[in-house]
Design a protein around this ligand. Structure first.
Ligand code: ATP
Length: 269
């Protein structure tokens, strides 16, 4: 199937010198949830920022490869243009304006350019948003700063939804949340895929939660993709289970790469 979003050998450097990701290639087919997994500092957030055009604020730039969206090269295009095309980021941090109410957040983050133009996609209404996130309807007048962690994630997803995404780029949905809340959020993401036909690139440290809803996964370490495959293959893969899911007698090793090196050394002796 022709991918909706494709990265080809993407390379990003910070401050003109520090390479953060290198040779990163991945594909997101239409209507699929794809997981990008990895530990702290692996390069996941950098990858999402590179796709969505948000590198500039951190003095970072794409120095190699390309981002292809719906067949067009969009490498390094500005965030507002990418959002208008349907590539919408739900960031890891600063997801909501804490001093604004829920309602103000929902209005503030949807610039006119996103609602007026791009008429090829039907608008997403507030009613639709409240259908998926009923808890927000009851909290419209409350300051976003008083929302729980899970509710903040919902508000961030709701705001992104109003931008009429074709692909949602979601950074660490599970961060700091209780397992039950994470499960609810992942179920919601799966509903958005099923009922609105959205594709989702889900960046997660919580591999178990992400692979429960994703159909395909990529594992990233030190700025490179080190392994990829269908979700069920990743879930069944001994090394992935050992390091990313914490299952197995050698669980707790430092990285997938380290597990592979350990196995190679054992074969030599
Ligand atoms: P985390 O989950 O902790 O955000 P990550 O997998 O998303 O981890 P990135 O945040 O993309 O990883 O970081 C990738 C590399 O880029 C790391 O080596 C990190 O130190 C570096 N990096 C990230 N942000 C900056 C920045 N603003 N300036 C310089 N280097 C940065």
């Amino acid at each position: 199937m022709t991918p909706l979003l494709e990265l080809e050998n993407l390379e990003v450097v910070y401050h003109h010198v520090a390479t953060a990701i290198q040779g990163v290639s991945l594909r997101v087919p239409p209507g699929a949830i794809v997981a990008l997994l990895g530990t702290n500092g692996a390069g996941k957030t950098t990858t999402l920022r590179a796709i969505s055009g948000f590198l500039g604020a951190d003095d970072a730039q794409i120095v190699g490869g390309r981002v292809v969206f719906q067949g067009a090269t969009v490498t390094g295009r500005p965030p507002h243009e990418l959002a208008r095309r349907g590539l919408v980021l739900v960031p890891e941090r600063d997801k909501v304006f804490e001093t604004l109410t829920v309602q103000e957040n929902l209005r503030a983050l949807v610039p006119g350019s996103l609602t007026d133009r791009g008429a090829t996609r039907p608008p997403v209404t507030l009613e639709q948003v409240f259908h998926y996130f009923p808890v927000l309807a009851g909290r419209c007048r409350q300051l976003a700063g008083y929302l729980s962690g899970g509710e903040r994630q919902m508000l961030a997803l709701a705001t992104a939804l109003l931008c009429r995404p074709r692909v949602l780029l979601v950074d660490e949905l599970s961060l700091g949340l209780a397992p039950l809340v994470v499960e609810r959020l992942m179920t919601l993401v799966a509903r958005l895929r099923d009922e609105l036909g959205l594709a989702v690139l889900l960046v997660e440290q919580n591999a178990g939660a992400a692979l429960a809803v994703a159909s395909y996964g990529y594992i990233m370490e030190h700025g490179r993709i080190v392994y990829d495959g269908p979700a069920e293959r990743l879930l069944a893969h001994g090394d992935v289970r050992e390091f990313y899911l914490g299952v197995g007698h050698r669980a707790g090793r430092k990285s997938y790469t380290e597990v592979k090196q350990y196995q190679r050394r054992r074969r030599w002796f």
